[in-house]
Design a protein around this ligand. Structure first.
Ligand SMILES: *Cc1c(COP(=O)(O)O)cnc(C)c1O
Length: 457
């Protein structure tokens, strides 16, 4: 038994659902199929589901559907239930808060939970300086507010993002995404003054971090001009784009340029933050201390909450009444977020992220030795991906293989394992398990992946 297997979570589970996969019907089963028929009548076709099995319960790392099938969840609601589904501490905190106060609107009459979340964010986001926060409802809304604040602070108009970025589905954030389909196509016109600069994608560009940053900076200086640039918004590890880990030096070099030019550099940590990568925030892996940090997904154990946190002098640029929103910083969501912070500390969940990284990387490296469709394994903590390429061509052409990803996702679902795809080219299989996932479940999931890879032929 390795050290990682005797970690606290693995040794003392207290789960209401047995942590194992179990398939008892076809996938989707008859009850899911009936619900899907109802859903197609009344839910917009614009809202699609990766796997139309209807979930009745979820606990730890397991989803239970209405037909009694149990899935090992390598998606965690796209990195939201990072500390585990229906985490006992989150449930208790939210339940207690429901009985105390559900809503007042912080901009009418405040409450302590909002302040406490802002204190914890100030403490745990990178950078040792005075910080302030605003709480909102969704990741996209955090991006919108980060841009608003940066524009007010700088008095400048332009917004820059990187190739392969994903920032949301509101009008401004649609303009900030790399991929038109499915996020933007047909939904324009889009917000103006958004510029897409080259990123760092070591597997495909082969550039050092410093060289990639020089290319980004050259683009920004030539196409935008630093004096008009309010902010540069960057995911430290790109999420929907395919878990690209930038080359070392890329992010700090960009931050140094932004600081020198008076540009606000914003870390979109919506997918990578909150103990997802074995650190509180992924920026820490790269020695990056952003001016502003955006949090959402994992922040409140599954309840909707998001935040912009950063340098106090930037955050205070917004005038009174300029920030807010009816549901932003809801007391129940805030109580859940406080519980998430407490769980991370009490159960040393940053170490759980490192345990999961070790287990996933070891297993995936064994698979990569046998299957040359695996072009690259990358990521940090519980945010790991494989990029799939055409067999036999990997080393040279790296031709994307989205068909293999679709087949692997589909075959795993039949076996009770939920994998998510990602990537600009649709050829990335991503692993975003909750930190509650045991090594045994990871091994089981990878056995199913092995079967799927073998079946690709
Ligand atoms: C999910 C995501 C968003 C958008 O968050 P929503 O809560 O869906 O609006 C923005 N940025 C990144 C990096 C994300 O992963």
């Amino acid at each position: 038994m390795t050290d990682s297997q005797i970690s606290t979570r693995a040794a003392a589970p207290a789960y209401s659902v047995p942590q194992e996969r179990k398939i008892v019907t076809a996938v989707p089963g008859p009850k899911s199929q009936a619900l899907q028929a109802r859903r197609l009548e009344v839910v917009s076709a614009g809202v699609s589901s990766a796997l139309p099995v209807f979930i009745e319960r979820a606990n730890g790392a397991i989803l239970v559907d209405v037909d009694g099938n149990q899935f090992i969840d390598f998606g965690a609601g796209i990195g939201v239930t990072t500390i585990g589904h229906t985490d006992a501490r989150v449930v208790a905190a939210a339940t207690e808060q429901l009985g105390d106060v559900i809503h007042t609107l912080f901009t009418v009459t405040p409450y302590e939970e909002y302040v406490r979340v802002a204190e914890l964010l100030a403490e745990h986001t990178p950078g040792n300086w005075a910080k302030k926060s605003v709480l909102v409802n969704s990741g996209a809304e955090a991006v919108e507010n980060g841009v608003k604040i940066a524009r007010k602070h700088t008095g400048r108009r332009a917004v820059a993002v990187l190739d392969h970025a994903y920032h949301g589905r509101t009008n401004l954030t649609m303009a900030m995404n790399y991929k038109a389909m499915p996020y933007g196509t047909g939904f324009g016109p889009f917000a103006g003054d958004v510029y897409h600069a080259p990123s760092s994608y070591p597997y495909r560009d082969g550039l050092s971090g410093v060289d990639a940053a020089a290319r980004t900076i050259a683009y920004l200086e030539k196409v935008v001009g630093a004096s008009d640039l309010a902010c540069l918004v960057v995911e430290p590890i790109q999420g929907e784009g395919g878990f690209m880990v930038p080359a070392d030096g890329f992010l700090p070099t960009l931050q140094a340029w932004c600081t020198a030019q008076g540009v606000v550099m914003i870390a979109d940590e919506i997918q990578s933050g909150f103990a997802r990568t074995g650190r509180y925030f992924a920026s820490e892996h790269f020695g990056w201390e952003p001016d502003l940090v955006l949090s959402a997904k994992g922040i409140a154990g599954g309840l909707p909450l998001a935040a912009v946190t950063g340098r106090a002098e930037i955050m205070d640029a917004a005038h009174a009444g300029g920030l807010g929103g009816t549901f932003g910083g809801n007391p129940v969501a805030c109580a859940a977020a406080i519980a998430v912070f407490e769980s991370i500390e009490e159960h040393d969940l940053l170490a759980e992220g490192r345990r999961i990284e070790a287990a996933l990387l070891a297993g995936l490296e064994r698979l990569a030795q046998r299957y040359d469709v695996i072009g690259e394994i990358r990521g940090k903590g519980a945010m790991i991906a494989i990029e799939l390429v055409q067999p036999g061509t990997g080393a040279t052409t790296k031709a994307p293989n989205p068909e293999a990803v679709s087949q692997l996702v589909a075959s795993a679902a039949q076996q009770g394992v939920l994998f998510l795809s990602a990537g600009t080219y649709g050829n990335v299989l991503r692993f975003l398990p909750s930190l509650a996932m045991s090594d045994a479940l990871i091994d089981d999931g990878l056995r199913v992946l092995d079967d799927g890879l073998a079946a690709l032929g």
